[in-house]
Ligand binder design. Structure first.
Ligand SMILES: Nc1ncnc2c1ncn2[C@@H]1O[C@H](COP(=O)(O)OP(=O)(O)OP(=O)(O)O)[C@@H](O)[C@H]1O
Ligand SMILES: [Mg+2]
Length: 347
């Protein structure tokens, strides 16, 4: 990963603990150590960025003053964006995404439900004061390329939080006890510092033996054990983080797993109107005045948001290379057909 720092799990824990307990001196000492380590390893830019981030941090008194009117138990601060190493680093990536809600093209009902999650999260204190928990654990289902992972990043941007992306395919490769330890560490981190935690592609815990229920020789029991552990941790999680789990195959999930989630959002392939929105969002700043949208939408039928966005980029690049002011319908149609052809080649 670009800009990867040589932080160990110990560093991450020390940062999170010192941050949560308000031990400013320790927090700064760990950050300085990280910066120095980066400098020693020839990563001067990383070192400067780390020191710069510390300099931007307002003094402790100022931060206290800004939270003076906060409720007695302020939520944990957003997690620092430091990439863990060691056992955690193999399965967890920490990032600060930039995608915004305006970049997402979704059907109106999925968008409305996403708004609901964001609103509840933004007013979490008011809800908790009256004994309610905001919507916090989301299961996103749907075909590939429809914006499930992107949604987790958008939620993080909108709430000003970093994203912990947990690669469940990497977790599935570990022996059951190591997988359980890795998952426990992730939930420990989430309890200590606020973040959006994306458990990407739950299918990885279901697929290896043809499904959770399949049993079988090839590690089916082991994966089932990991899934059980994950479900138990999800159940016990009382953090202030947002948990997003994605899957292409919700039909493999049994009711006890499904009912753990506060809400389930199903992402369909884009409808006619959404196809237009995907193109408009991907090609902001281009002249699309002459585009015949009905033809574009019917040619895009059956393609995912991702494929439509890729086709839009292909067509726009052509117009840049041709020095043309407009993106033409014909170029969009050709690019969509090309994307479809590429997909047909897949096994
Ligand atoms: N709803 C959407 N609106 C705008 N762009 C989208 C949308 N969905 C996908 N894209 C584009 O496609 C890329 C891939 O989408 P994403 O990774 O979110 O798909 P996914 O649903 O998680 O797929 P998978 O099931 O394969 O993991 C995004 O980074 C974005 O560029
Ligand atoms: Mg995804």
């Amino acid at each position: 990963m670009e800009g990867r720092l040589l932080a160990t799990t110990g560093h991450v824990k020390a940062l999170v603990q010192s941050h949560s307990s308000g031990d400013e001196a320790r927090f700064r000492a760990v950050v300085h150590e990280l910066a120095e380590q980066a400098a020693r390893n020839g990563r001067r830019r990383d070192a400067e960025e780390v020191r710069g981030a510390l300099a931007e941090r307002p003094p402790r008194e100022e931060r206290r003053a800004s939270t003076r009117s906060a409720p007695p138990e302020p939520p944990p601060a957003p997690a620092p964006v430091v990439q863990p190493r060691g056992e955690l680093g193999r399965v967890l990536t920490v990032s600060r995404p930039e995608e915004q809600l305006a970049d997402l093209a979704l059907s109106s009902d999925v968008m409305a439900r996403l708004h609901r999650v964001l609103t509840e999260q933004r007013h979490a204190d008011a809800l908790r004061a009256r004994g309610f928990e905001p919507l916090r654990t989301l299961l996103l289902t749907g075909p590939p390329g429809t914006g499930k992972s992107m949604t987790a990043r958008v939620v993080a941007t909108e709430l000003g939080l970093p994203v912990f992306t947990v690669r469940l395919d990497a977790v599935a490769e570990l022996p059951a006890d190591e997988a359980a330890t890795a998952l426990t560490l992730v939930f420990d981190l989430l309890a200590q510092a606020r973040a959006v935690c994306l458990f990407d592609d739950l299918d990885a815990l279901l697929d290896a033996d043809g499904g959770e229920r399949g049993g079988g020789e090839r590690g089916g029991g082991r994966l089932r054990e990991v899934l059980r552990r994950f479900t138990a941790l999800l159940d016990a999680d009382a953090s202030r983080g947002v948990v997003v789990v994605t899957t292409n195959r919700p039909e493999l999930l049994e009711r006890p797993v499904l009912r753990r989630f506060d809400t389930v959002l199903d992402y369909p392939l884009p409808s006619t109107g959404v196809v237009q929105e995907v193109v408009l969002r991907r090609l902001r700043g281009f002249d699309l005045g002459g585009v015949e949208w009905p033809r574009v939408a019917s040619t895009a039928s059956g393609l995912s948001h991702e494929q439509v966005a890729a086709a839009a980029a292909l067509a726009a690049k052509q117009s840049v290379l041709d020095g043309a002011a407009q993106v033409e319908t014909a170029a969009l149609l050709a690019a969509l057909r090309e994307r479809r052809q590429v997909l047909r080649m897949a096994p």
